[in-house]
Design a protein around this ligand. Structure first.
Ligand code: FES
Length: 128
């Protein structure tokens, strides 16, 4: 005697639902793997900061903190004196580098309109 299998679909009037034949050997499971294309996440290298002090250009790899500290940590011989934003010895012209903080009050006081010409105090400018 055939065993009837009831499913939700088989109870709907007018719907013919095939009864699975349990005697058929099931083929070994075929593992279907969908190859997902490898995502190439772009490696974003932080932009180097290039500053000029006098006739000398310095290329600084961005590292969080003061621009002057990053430069000195990387062996760049940027001139400085007070580190407080008052002497102006560390004034640099930023040739490249967008990851710097907005000029602070000391920079505005010391550099005035030179800020518009991309001048910064390396002891005050923060690398973000
Ligand atoms: S070292 Fe004096 S203003 Fe920066």
């Amino acid at each position: 005697m055939a065993q009837r299998v009831f499913t939700v679909g088989s109870l709907i009037p007018g719907k013919i639902v095939p009864v699975p034949n349990r005697n058929i050997q099931q083929s070994p499971a075929i593992k279907l793997e969908r190859k997902v294309p490898e995502q190439h996440s772009p490696v974003i290298k932080p932009e180097k900061i290039i500053v000029q002090q006098g006739d000398i250009q310095f290329e600084i790899s961005p590292e969080k903190g003061k621009l002057l500290d990053a430069a000195l940590n990387q062996g760049k011989q940027i001139q400085f004196k007070c580190r407080k934003g008052t002497c102006g010895q560390c004034t640099v012209k930023v040739l490249q580098g967008s990851g710097l903080s907005e000029p602070n009050e000391q920079e505005h006081n010391k550099l005035n309109k030179a800020i518009a010409g991309s001048y910064r105090l390396a002891c005050q400018a923060e690398i973000l």
